[in-house]
Design a binder for this molecule. Structure first.
Ligand SMILES: Nc1ncnc2c1ncn2[C@@H]1O[C@H](COP(=O)(O)OP(=O)(O)OP(=O)(O)O)[C@@H](O)[C@H]1O
Ligand SMILES: [Mg+2]
Length: 260
């Protein structure tokens, strides 16, 4: 029984109600280390709520969430972050009045355990500075290091957001609509960047663009009305009649009609 490899992330019959409404209705999911999972589904299906339950923003009403085999449901977001899980938000979450370098260094320092009272010793923190330089290159913003975040282009802000998300070296990364609002060409470049910076890590990403989904994901989780109705390879999900009926048929039709 315990021969099975420990999953990077596992959800067991997770449920979440807001008031009397059950929004997440018994989700089971087992993600192996190093897998890239795209979470898709219609608006309001519960994708962001699932991420909130995994990252500790909300506790589930019932069920279990395990990170590398350890229970994380009920823990605080920063505790879960310390255990190796990091998430980005659907809305950009960076400090607009800090430079690119400072934004990244804040994230690095935080992950190294430094708190604001120690920030005056910044110059001495060689390890933090080195890690920050590495991140700058990884997200291709080394030439923008001293630019205030507020003055970056939208796509650059999203890249910085990814940098902040991976700064602590988390092994499990959740990205909620990382390419939202980007043009086709920006999206293509950005997906390439995401692939690179999350190499070897476990990645869950909420994504509406089916082209991106099929290009990025090893597996697809289809969330419809608070349930995961399919969790499989892109080919299998594409061929799944239940998914066709509930979601994918219309999403593909929408994409062909020029929407998303
Ligand atoms: N804090 C909350 N309190 C009450 N209801 C909420 C809360 N957060 C989300 N919901 C509801 O839960 C449902 C799922 O929302 P969620 O944001 O998870 O959907 P989603 O799949 O991420 O949608 P989208 O594709 O539009 O981002 C929605 O009906 C939403 O109104
Ligand atoms: Mg959402």
């Amino acid at each position: 029984m315990s021969q099975a490899q420990t999953c990077a992330l596992e959800l067991k019959d997770v449920r979440k109600s807001f008031g009397k409404t059950e929004i997440i209705r018994g989700v089971n999911l087992a993600v192996q280390a190093g897998e890239r999972v795209a979470v898709i589904g219609p608006n309001g299906a519960g994708k962001s709520t699932l991420f909130n339950l995994i990252s500790g923003r909300f506790g589930p009403s019932s069920g279990e969430v395990l990170l590398h085999g350890q229970r994380i449901d009920g823990k605080k977001p920063y505790e879960i972050n310390r255990m190796g899980l990091s998430r980005s938000f659907q809305i950009t979450n960076i400090f607009p009045k800090l430079s690119v370098f400072e934004n990244l260094r804040c994230a690095v320092l935080w992950s190294l355990g430094y708190r604001y009272t120690f920030f005056k010793f910044l110059a001495d923190l060689e390890d933090a500075n080195e890690r920050t330089e590495q991140l700058l290159e990884m997200i291709r913003l080394d030439k923008k290091r001293d630019v205030l975040a507020v003055n970056l282009t939208y796509a650059e802000q999203r890249a910085l957001e990814i940098g902040v998300t991976i700064a602590g070296g988390a092994s499990v990364i959740l990205l909620d609509e990382p390419t939202a609002g980007m043009s086709k060409s920006e999206t293509a470049r950005f997906i390439h960047l995401i692939r690179e910076v999350t190499e070897g890590k476990t990645l869950l990403t909420v994504e509406h663009d089916m082209g991106v989904v099929f290009g990025l994901a090893d597996k697809i989780a289809v969330v419809v009305y608070g349930e995961v109705i399919a969790f499989d390879t892109p080919e299998a999900v594409r061929a799944n009649a239940k998914v066709q009926e509930a979601y994918l048929g219309s999403a593909v039709a929408d994409a062909q009609a020029g929407g998303h």
